[in-house]
Write a protein that binds this ligand. Structure first.
Ligand code: ADP
Ligand code: MG
Length: 677
């Protein structure tokens, strides 16, 4: 891909320069690109082709096949122009390569294009030839590139493997390729790379955009992905180091105190819980802020672990906060923590949007006076008037509902409190490394004893009646049943779907104590329904996915999911986790809609065979891709542009080790391409 010397601008562009510096890009297009997030030359060049088209196979006109795209290199002659009805220019010419000639027609072209053709140039033409009105083959609107007289051609659009870029800024594919070439040619040598030198990265950029072969493109992509991942690794390590350079209250927790606390629990901790507690205790005593992720499948007993940590903080005379994603969950946590902690003398407070007026004032006053040890709540916890006397530990439940911004806000409340993040999303390790990069990870990979595996079956709609009758039997036996309606947008349709499902159920078993629960209900109404369900006044809860996270009703033994194919596997697994929370035998019926594809049915059958959340999450990722998992909303890290989160992330682990080594040695990991230093 050596370009003719006189077309090469002086190499002076840097990756950090604005796109407007690319030769051939006008100011309005440049502004449009910037508005779409393509602001710098690096942004522009890192929009890699999403596929390639092989236009390299040259053909002789004599053997040109009909209907099959091919590239020919031919001399242009006999140019004729005519006006089209809408005013555009129609151009006809003959292309002759010595073996034969073919008629070529272009529509809607400028006069300047016709002028250029009239000079009789040699052209690369890519397109499918088809029989014209008189039966002879002709090409319409082929991709055309003219070889300027006296100049060796350097085809961009034909006669090679052509990159296809995702469009932005209203720029045509052809113009985009030209701009890529201009940017690459103009790129100054010697920019800085973290894993390879600037020359090697520049070469990789050239090869990934204009490869000689697909293998070459893949190799170049690997080089760039390596650089990107290394920069990500270095950023994670930096955040980690920054976090650990802060001071946090040093909590003293001796073994005897820990034993007393554990013995006060109504059950013995599982081995996994013990391990997590001792990891947390270790963190709390160092004087450096803990930053730990507690990952455990639904029902693995995360709340207890957090409760113990908060108890130990209270014994040190400092305060803790537990933040839950919804009011329902905050209330549940408050109830179960009260169970665990009040006997030990821990003073608990609950703050949600529903605590108002004088009660709120009293609560806040007690909090700032240090008369509350543990405050449980929703987002209300991080609102401005909430003042702690000494906030030392923050527990965040179901992290994926909170953004990094929330976390930062909480940090501002209490200097640098210890942070424990709990999640039931079983993220494969490799992804957790990237998403929760600066956090240490404790895993609860063991369920409390006495849990039975939930018998799971994928069923057709024709089985609904039988399932509902079975539900009625469970209710008659003093158990509870969830029926989850399909995943649809929150709103009126969601409510209608829930009501309709309730009606269907009542038609099958009239008089069944059933009620609906959905996101549009007032918080008061929702928690009344939930507590009626917990108490058994309601036997069947027809719900939209608001039950998905955390609800804990041990008597629930049957989970029915309507249109199960509309959920992801991990989500279904979470839903299933609402049952099987006691020694009672439990069931999960996944009802698939008539229109579900065979693949969807097969995918759900995975749930019949396993209750390993990690395995399920991996299958889910394979099927659906990581989606927003790596989005900056959650991780605060830039989205990956080159690396494939699924295929490439396993490399991140080694890279983090290397990045940490370099940090320790004071070696800079600068990358001009990925904007890091
Ligand atoms: P998670 O939040 O991880 O889904 P929870 O903390 O809500 O799980 O615990 C689920 C249920 O298991 C709760 O009712 C809790 O009291 C109970 N539990 C937790 N740990 C144990 C244990 N070691 N032995 C018996 N039951 C436990
Ligand atoms: Mg929980």
């Amino acid at each position: 891909m050596t370009a003719a010397p006189r077309r090469v601008p002086p190499a002076r562009l840097a990756p950090s320069h604005p796109v407007s510096a690319i030769p051939g890009l006008g100011p309005s297009r440049a502004a449009a690109l910037s508005a779409e997030g393509v602001a710098t030359i690096a942004d522009f060049l890192l929009r890699l082709p999403f596929r390639y088209e092989d236009r390299s196979r040259g053909r002789e006109i004599a053997s040109l096949p009909a209907g099959e795209p091919a590239t020919i290199r031919a001399r242009i002659s006999g140019v004729r122009r005519s006006r089209m009805r809408r005013g555009g220019l129609r151009i006809e010419a003959l292309a002759d390569d010595g073996t034969g000639a073919v008629r070529v027609i272009w529509h809607n072209r400028y006069a300047s294009f016709a002028d250029a053709l009239e000079k009789g140039p040699t052209a690369y033409l890519y397109g499918a030839a088809a029989p014209g009105p008189r039966g002879a083959l002709q090409m319409e609107n082929p991709e055309t590139e003219l070889e300027a007289p006296g100049e060796e051609a350097d085809p961009l659009h034909t006669g090679r493997i052509v990159p296809i870029h995702r469009r932005a800024g209203g720029i045509s594919p052809r113009h985009w390729r030209t701009l890529v070439k201009n940017a690459l040619d103009g790129l100054a040598p010697g920019f800085r790379g973290a894993t390879a030198d600037g020359a090697a990265l520049r070469e990789a950029l050239k090869r990934v955009h204009f490869p000689e072969s697909l293998a070459e493109a893949a190799a170049a992509r690997r080089v760039l992905a390596g650089e990107e991942l290394f920069v990500l690794a270095a950023r994670i390590e930096e955040r980690r180091a920054r976090l650990r350079s802060r001071r946090a209250p040093r909590l003293t927790i001796d073994a005897a105190r820990l034993r007393t606390a554990a013995e006060a629990l109504p059950f013995a901790l599982t081995g996994a819980q013990k391990r997590a507690v001792s990891e947390i205790v270790g963190d709390l005593s160092t004087g450096v802020p803990m930053a730990r992720l507690l990952q455990g499948d639904v029902g693995s007993g995360k709340t207890v672990v957090a409760g113990l940590a908060m108890l130990l903080a209270a014994k040190n005379g400092v305060q803790s906060a537990l933040m839950a994603p919804t009011e329902i969950l905050a209330e549940q946590h408050a109830t179960s923590l009260a169970h665990l902690l009040t006997k030990a003398g821990v003073r608990l407070g609950l703050l949600t949007g529903r605590v108002r007026g004088a009660a709120r004032t009293r609560l806040l006053a007690a909090l700032s006076a240090g008369e509350i040890d543990v405050l449980v709540g929703t987002h209300a916890l991080i609102e401005d008037p909430v003042r702690f006397r000494q906030l030392a530990l923050v527990v965040v439940d179901e992290q994926h509902r909170f953004g990094v911004a929330h976390r930062a806000k909480l940090f501002r409340k209490g200097g640098s409190p210890h942070l424990l993040v709990m999640t039931a999303t079983p993220i494969p390790r490799s992804l957790a490394w990237a998403i929760y990069g600066e956090l240490d990870v404790s895993v609860l990979d063991e369920k409390p004893p006495g849990r039975t595996r939930v018998t799971t079956r994928v069923r057709e709609e024709s089985a609904r009646e039988r399932i509902v009758r079975f539900a009625a039997e469970r209710v008659a036996a003093g158990e509870r049943v969830y029926v989850v309606v399909p995943a649809i947008e929150p709103g009126p349709r969601e409510v209608a779907a829930a009501r309709q499902t309730l009606e269907t159920i009542l038609k099958i078993v009239p008089g069944l104590p059933a009620a609906v629960l959905h996101g549009r209900m007032k918080p008061e109404e929702r928690s009344r329904v939930l507590s009626d369900f917990a108490l058994g006044r309601i036997g069947v809860l027809v719900s939209t996915t608001v039950v998905e996270v955390g609800v804990d009703v041990p008597e629930a033994t049957l989970m029915v999911v309507e249109n199960a194919e509309s959920f992801g596997l991990a989500q279904l697994h979470q839903l299933r986790g609402r049952v099987g929370r006691s020694h009672r035998r439990s069931w999960c019926a996944l009802i698939v809609g008539e229109t579900a594809s065979p693949e969807a049915r097969e995918r759900m059958a995975i749930l019949e065979g396993t209750d390993d959340g990690f395995l399920i999450a991996e299958k889910d990722l394979e099927a659906r891709g990581p989606g927003d998992l790596l989005g900056s909303r959650q991780s605060g890290l830039p989205p990956l542009r080159v690396a494939d989160p699924f295929r490439d992330l396993p490399r991140l682990r080694e890279m983090r080790a290397e990045a940490a080594r370099r940090r320790a040695a004071g070696v800079l990991s600068a990358s001009d391409l990925f904007g890091y230093e």
